[in-house]
Design a protein around this ligand. Structure first.
Ligand SMILES: C[S@@+](CC[C@H](N)C(=O)[O-])C[C@H]1O[C@@H](n2cnc3c(N)ncnc32)[C@H](O)[C@@H]1O
Length: 188
């Protein structure tokens, strides 16, 4: 069987990650979820905190509608500069350099991949920045058989915050047998 096609911009961003020794890019299973989420909001504002080398951005881009906008922010100047090069030919994409709060002026978000800044340090603000019906994706959790979910023996309060937030319809999905993502929609 032939391998599933990986979007060329994902390949380009992965190459930058490899050259830079950056090891925190999202995995393809999460990437395909990102592409799906972006495609569900063809006129939307699609946001990402923590661009890294642009792998997640490229997956979001793979589902980006013609009338949508994609804005991502990275505090590491060199990574941001190199990731921006992957999207230099597409005016729908903005790669910002600085703290994740630079994203705020582009809110509300129809999709928010919160992956570097916000997720842990200001989770309520993350929810506030979502549009009605907006989708939130948070990856890098470890599946837990317990409720409430536990990580390393302790209740995972952060995951619980998102999964039980009254403004969110949220669930946790396996991305691999050993990793999961929280996916949520902001209630209207
Ligand atoms: C998990 S990596 C991002 C991976 C990328 N989203 C992907 O899917 O390929 C997290 C990134 O967030 C950046 N970061 C962490 N805190 C940040 C903040 N407060 N503002 C902006 N970027 C931040 C880090 O420099 C790092 O590059």
């Amino acid at each position: 069987m032939t391998e599933r096609v990986v979007p060329p911009r994902v390949v380009a961003a992965e190459r930058i990650a490899s050259e830079a020794g950056f090891k925190k890019s999202c995995i393809p299973e999460v990437g395909r979820l990102l592409g799906l989420a972006a495609a569900a909001k063809p006129h939307g504002v699609i946001a990402e905190s923590g661009t890294g080398s642009g792998v997640g951005t490229a997956w979001l881009h793979s589902g980006l509608g013609g009338a949508a906008r994609l804005v991502t922010v990275e505090r590491d100047e060199e990574l941001a500069r190199r990731a921006a090069g992957v999207f230099a030919d597409d005016e729908r994409v903005s790669v910002l350099t600085g703290d994740w709060r630079l994203l705020e002026e582009h809110s509300p978000f129809d999709v928010f991949f919160c992956d570097g800044g916000g997720k842990r340090d200001d989770p309520q603000r993350v929810v506030d920045l979502l549009a009605s019906g907006g989708l939130l994706i948070l990856d890098d959790f470890t599946p837990s058989p317990d409720w409430p979910p536990r990580f390393e023996g302790e209740v995972d309060e952060l995951r619980l915050f998102y999964l039980t937030h009254p403004d969110l319809e949220a669930t946790e999905v396996l991305t691999t047998p050993g990793s999961s993502a929280v996916v949520a929609a902001r209630r209207c």
